[in-house]
Design a protein around this ligand. Structure first.
Ligand code: 6GU
Length: 263
């Protein structure tokens, strides 16, 4: 018999595509976490609360304009009939940008006893503002682009938070997210075969010298972050003199603007 998990994460999701949410959450890491009782995902169909025989969940916007707006009625009814865990977050392009820090906050709240959180998937051109003003606790976006609905965003949030819950990953979560924790992108990884179509794995990774491997990985992570996400380097307060020395030693010849060098 497996021991009951110390803390479990309860996530309630409100959507007009409940099967899509539920299906995704049945695979891989999420599916395993659910089976182990570490996370409970309950999906509520907004359509089942629609009042009319056609089960409408949207209507044209007052004042005119393109598209349809989700009705407040079915959303209030669905939420109030099950008192889901709070915070209840609306997923929409006007929300606060979701990031690793927010994922960590939601996981920590759940692990320390809040129970979990809930997600409301917005759709079409929007959601009646009274839902925003009087029902939800906040609005979250996953990036500066437009999706047709909040479902894909909800799945991103669910997966990012679930993998941080104690017991979900093999190792401790703090180790698992090491790369983002120090503000750098992940170093390149290789597996078998050591030569594939003539492309060889870097020698250092086959050397068995763990110290050298660690230095190489750190240099790669820094160089990759400089190239792809210089904003992350600035956000962590630049590079230390040791880090600058390290990447020079590994052949980095590019410019390092002042904001990338630490104090
Ligand atoms: Cl959460 N919803 C929609 N509709 N578009 C988005 C988004 C969410 N996040 C980024 N774009």
């Amino acid at each position: 018999m497996t021991a009951a998990p110390e803390s479990s994460l309860q996530i309630d999701v409100f959507s007009i595509f409940p099967e899509a949410i539920d299906g995704f959450c049945s695979y891989g890491l999420l599916g395993k976490a659910r089976e182990a009782g570490l996370v409970t995902v309950r999906v509520h169909d907004l359509r089942s609360q629609a009042g009319d025989p056609r089960r409408s969940v949207d209507d044209a916007p007052f004042g005119g304009g393109a598209g349809m707006v989700l009705l407040p009625g079915p959303i209030f009814d669905a939420v109030e009939s099950c008192s889901p865990p709070r915070p209840l977050l609306l997923l929409g392009p006007a929300g606060r940008l979701f990031n690793q820090e927010m994922a960590r906050e939601l996981a920590e709240q759940a692990a320390s006893g809040s129970g979990g959180f809930s997600l409301l998937c917005g759709r079409y051109e929007g959601v009646d503002q009274r839902v925003v003003d009087h029902l939800v606790d906040g609005e979250v976006s996953i990036g500066d682009y437009v999706l047709a609905g909040g479902e894909a965003a909800a799945l991103a949030v669910i997966e990012a938070v679930t993998r941080l819950m104690p017991g979900v990953m093999g190792n401790d979560a703090s180790l698992v997210e090491e790369s983002f924790a120090d503000g750098l992108l992940e170093y390149p990884q290789y597996t078998r075969p050591s030569v594939f179509r003539g492309w060889a794995v870097p020698d250092v990774l086959l050397s068995g010298d763990h110290g050298k491997v660690a230095c190489w990985r750190r240099a790669q992570a820094i160089m990759r972050t400089i190239e792809v996400r210089p904003d992350l380097i600035e956000a962590r307060g630049g590079l230390s003199p040791d880090e600058v020395r390290l990447i020079r030693q590994y052949g980095y010849a590019g410019d390092l603007p002042p904001q990338m060098q630490g104090p």
